[in-house]
Design a binder for this molecule. Sequence first.
Ligand code: XMP
Ligand code: MG
Length: 184
Amino acid sequence: MINQIKEILVTREELKNNAKELGKRISSDYEGKELVLIGVLKGGVVFFADLIREITIPIDVDFISVSSYGNSTKSSGVVRIIKDIDIDITNKHVLIVEDLVDTGLTLHYLKSMFEARGPKDVKICTALDKPSRRKVDLEIDYKGITIPDKFVVGYGLDYAEKYRNLPDVCVLDSSVYTDKEDMD
Ligand code: XMP
Ligand code: MG
């Protein structure tokens, strides 16, 4: 697996510091408030686990699992909910936790969906940001590390469900890619 890595883009140390800084800001901004953190499966899990352990205030956690429709309809920004959250978010502060914001369509959709359920507010936290490919205007309240327009794996991110367990954010050697449909 290691020899399929072309480049390490973000090291595990940088990722750890990133989670630490964001966790600190979140702990201070939401002091005394009822906060629900919603992790986006599957890619967001590694960052989610890092982030919540840097948060020093009481929080509730939940998860949502989504998948985007095929490429032809992707620009509509409609995502399919595979698993919804279990917690009632009415009158709570909601923070959606993502691995990576790319076009912004997924989070744009999820934010409106949660806002319709009567929370106090809905904010967004992402470990990584790829702003060059943005298709919608999306306010990111807690933004981690900005990366260039390269397909990345590791730290929860996959290529065809593999490489999620790599501790660093990496770019794979182009010989790995046999089916571009999986680069999503
Ligand atoms: P949006 O809707 O912002 O979607 O385009 C973001 C989601 O798309 C996936 N994505 C990637 N996954 N390497 C991956 O493994 C990448 O370089 C990449 N770019 C986007 C990812 O699931 C993210 O949450
Ligand atoms: Mg994702």
